[in-house]
Design a protein around this ligand. Structure first.
Ligand code: 8X3
Length: 256
């Protein structure tokens, strides 16, 4: 499909982690830009609310990408309706902020299962459809995958793995009509990221953003997603690193 032909036809994007944060914002931005979007997430009620808000251009599959059967069922339902033009991998998160010496193995395992293996699983399953459509794999990684920081062991390791996976996939697909895009956000203030990291502890979650003028929002990242996917099929935005102006690195943040 040529770029111009592709623009005039239906463009279907699959967004993982669509129930909240960057995933929900990306689904909205893509619908606003004329895409049809299938949102994947575990929480049906959140997906239903998004469907009510976004209307016909948005549908969803309740899906846990850490589960093989759940993902297979969702993918079969999606590809039966036609080729997928973009996969936006937003599902992911941080669990805990303990030093390596004291980290819980199960926290690391959960982050690997979701951030790395879940992304791998859904990407593998949708790749044939993306190849058919001259599509794009987009990964929301993190600056945590570029600059490790104390206490970030499991999360930084998983995000490094996710970034490396995207980079290697890009190399392995050279010559094929598929783009691989890695967007690495720094500090993004969403409702759930820090709360999940700190096991629901509101004060620890709020301290992450305390005094920081204008942390990024989920909508800022969704703009990057929409812009990167909106480039011509032959233009691969390999990597975007995006931070709030007040953040130079995880450990160099201006607070008022
Ligand atoms: C989130 C960025 O800085 O909290 O992916 O690790 S950070």
């Amino acid at each position: 499909m040529s770029t111009e032909a592709g623009m005039s036809q239906k463009r279907l994007a699959v967004v993982t982690g669509a129930s909240s944060g960057i995933g929900a914002a990306s689904a909205k931005a893509l619908v606003e830009a004329g895409w049809e979007v299938v949102g994947l997430a575990r929480r049906r009620e959140k997906l239903e609310a998004l469907a009510d808000e976004l209307g016909q251009a948005f549908s969803y599959q309740v899906c846990d990408i850490t589960d093989e059967d759940s993902t297979q069922i969702a993918v079969e339902a999606i590809v039966s309706k036609g080729p997928v033009k973009a996969l936006v991998n937003c599902a992911g998160g941080a669990i805990g902020k303990s030093p390596v010496a004291a980290s819980k193995i199960e926290d690391w395992r959960a982050m690997y299962e979701l951030n790395v293996l879940g992304t791998l699983r859904i990407t593998q399953k949708l790749l044939p459809s993306l190849q058919e459509s001259e599509g794009s794999v987009l990964v929301i990684s993190s600056t945590a995958g570029i600059e490790p920081y104390e206490g970030g062991g499991g999360y930084c390791a998983s995000k490094s793995a996710e970034r490396v996976m995207a980079r290697i996939l890009r190399l392995e697909l050279i010559g094929e009509p598929v783009r691989v895009i890695d967007i690495a956000p720094g500090m993004v203030h969403t409702d759930e990221f820090a709360l999940k990291r700190f096991d629901g502890d509101q004060s620890k979650a709020q301290a992450v953003y305390a005094g920081v003028p204008n942390p990024l929002t989920a909508e800022d990242i969704a703009d990057c997603v929409q812009w990167a996917l909106g480039q011509p099929d032959t233009v691969d935005i390999d990597q975007i690193v995006v931070r709030p102006r007040a953040e130079g690195s995880y450990t160099k943040v201006y607070r008022k």
